[in-house]
Design a protein around this ligand. Structure first.
Ligand code: PLP
Length: 512
């Protein structure tokens, strides 16, 4: 409207001729088409190469230089999606996606997202949409109970839960809360003395949080782990690092312990770590982004034993709890630490409910003001599947990982690098199979890594599966992370056959 561009056919149309951008009849028609499109996508997903095969910049060559002036029908837009967007997707919901950690979804997770977007309400404070806040508090208690988190983390104790967009955000908010709590005791002038601890397996989210929160870069301690502890953080090493900092006049502030590290799914021993932290008055955040979901199964719950000693705990329901991106569930024992650091009370948001102090205003538990109705999708997931099915879905992934691990162990050319705990198998072509022609130690390791790198490249270039790698204890390892909703045992068998075929070619030719 109002444009002088002669190519615009609607140039003379008046506002009354304009189609409604939210006409319910048209919404129903296009919505049905979209659901059909997505259902067809899932039905055909195995036809696409799992890892996108496009070259950088491919999309600019396909699309016009500027946005259209005139409307285009949904039919032709969907055709564009099929022709130009789908080839540039790496198919995270493909049953042969074994890379990173899955970001799995389900019918309930998808439909919950649809409802969230359909209502499109903004629940920054209780009054801005009471159901958003109240449902979030309820589902966070429900999920906390499924995890048998100590009552002190739940609203029904004196704690509480909130849904953030990501673990990065969860760590930033908890670190800010810890920082301010500490600075209130020791004075703002001591900011540069605060020290943060993690291990060399902790997710880079911790480093990012330190950068944003203003931790002195010299005071970020990355404690080394070793294969002898399956790459878990040793409480003794933590204690040594802390006592040396205390001796140097620094102030230990924050420890991020991980249950299910990104490289190998290692589990830091929460109980002993929390005891060390308690002695020095350090805030402990437990990052269980991936593996936390599995802890709703009684047989895996012991991996978070000791969480009662932590201050905060988070998991990504969008990784392994069938809830579409984004849904990071965060619990804190003392919500006032969040609100003390994150509250703002501008006049335009003032209301009776807030003044009464009887309600939760989630804007004060997160970075942004605006917030989506994420609880809706978690609620749908919990209701649609019930804890019985959710536990069985998780168990089926672990069972498939056990199967993959067995297949690797049966082939003498391969080794499982660390014992599998959840649904991640870390493996590599073993040193003995990598046909060693050099007796120089460094070259031997290089050669093994080269064989494995080439193997992974071959697997991924085939388009039939997608796995990623990690480097732990100086070893290049291939990660097979199982967690996609559509994955079945036949896909595990196919993936292993693919690995073997590519290994045959590489090891036989010896052409590294
Ligand atoms: N922590 C762990 C253990 C992870 O594996 C990941 C991502 O895979 C993250 C944190 C980062 O999560 P987010 O992308 O939600 O910030």
């Amino acid at each position: 409207m109002g444009s002088l561009n002669p190519q615009e056919s609607n140039i003379n149309s008046s506002p009354t001729d304009m189609p409604s951008a939210l006409d319910p009849v048209e919404f129903r028609r296009q919505g049905h088409m979209m659901v059909d499109f997505i259902a067809d996508y899932y039905q055909n997903i195995e036809k696409y190469p799992v890892l996108s095969q496009v070259e950088p910049g491919y999309l600019r060559k396909c699309l016009p230089e500027s946005a259209p002036a005139n409307p285009e029908p949904i039919e032709s837009i969907l055709q564009d999606v099929q022709n130009h967007i789908v080839p540039g997707l790496t198919h995270w919901q493909s049953p042969s996606f074994f890379a990173y950690f899955a970001s799995n979804v389900s019918i309930a997770g998808f439909l919950g997202e649809l409802l969230c977007t359909g209502f499109n309400v903004v629940g920054f404070s209780w009054v801005s949409s009471p159901a958003v806040t109240e449902l979030e508090s309820i589902v966070m208690d429900w999920l906390g109970n499924l995890l048998t988190l100590p009552k002190s983390f739940l609203f029904s104790g004196n704690g509480g839960g909130v849904i953030h967009g990501s673990t990065c955000e969860a760590i930033i908010c908890t670190m800010v809360a810890a920082r301010d709590q500490m600075l209130r005791q020791i004075g703002l002038d001591n900011m540069q003395k605060l020290v943060v601890y993690g291990s060399d397996q902790t997710h880079s989210a911790l480093q990012k949080a330190c950068q944003i929160v203003g931790i002195n870069p010299n005071n970020f301690r990355v404690i080394k782990t070793t294969k002898s502890t399956s790459f878990a953080l040793s409480p003794e090493c933590l204690k040594l690092a802390i006592s040396s900092d205390v001796e140097a006049g620094l102030v230990p502030l924050f420890l991020c312990a991980t249950v299910g590290t990104t490289a190998t799914a290692a589990v830091d021993p929460l109980d002993s770590l929390c005891q060390v932290a308690k002695y020095y008055g350090i805030w402990v955040h437990v990052d269980a982004a991936y593996a936390g979901s599995a802890c709703i199964c009684p047989e895996f719950r012991h991996f978070i034993d000791g969480v009662e000693g932590a201050n905060s705990f988070s998991l990504n329901a969008h990784k392994w709890l069938f809830t579409a991106l984004d849904c990071c569930c965060v619990w804190v024992k003392d919500p006032s630490t969040f609100t003390s650091s994150l509250s703002t009370n501008p006049e335009f948001l003032r209301n009776k409910a807030t003044d009464s102090k009887q309600v939760v205003d989630y804007k004060d538990w997160q970075i942004a003001l605006s917030r989506r109705f994420r609880a809706m999708k978690l609620w749908l997931v919990l209701k649609s599947y019930g804890s019985v099915n959710l536990r069985n879905f998780l168990r089926s992934h672990v069972k498939m990982a056990t199967l993959f691990e067995e297949l690797v162990s049966m082939d003498r050319r391969f080794e499982v690098v660390v014992p599998r705990v959840f649904s991640l198998v870390c493996f590599r072509v073993s040193p003995s199979a990598a046909i060693i022609i050099s007796d120089d130690e460094i070259n031997v390791e290089n050669r093994i890594d080269k064989v494995n790198r080439k193997l992974l490249e071959g697997i991924n270039a085939s388009g039939h599966a997608f796995m990623t790698h990690a480097v732990v204890g100086g070893m290049y390892v291939i990660r097979c992370a199982i967690g996609v909703t559509l994955t079945e045992e036949k896909h595990i068998a196919m993936a292993w056959k693919l690995v073997q075929e590519h290994a045959d070619a590489i090891l036989m030719k010896n052409n590294i």
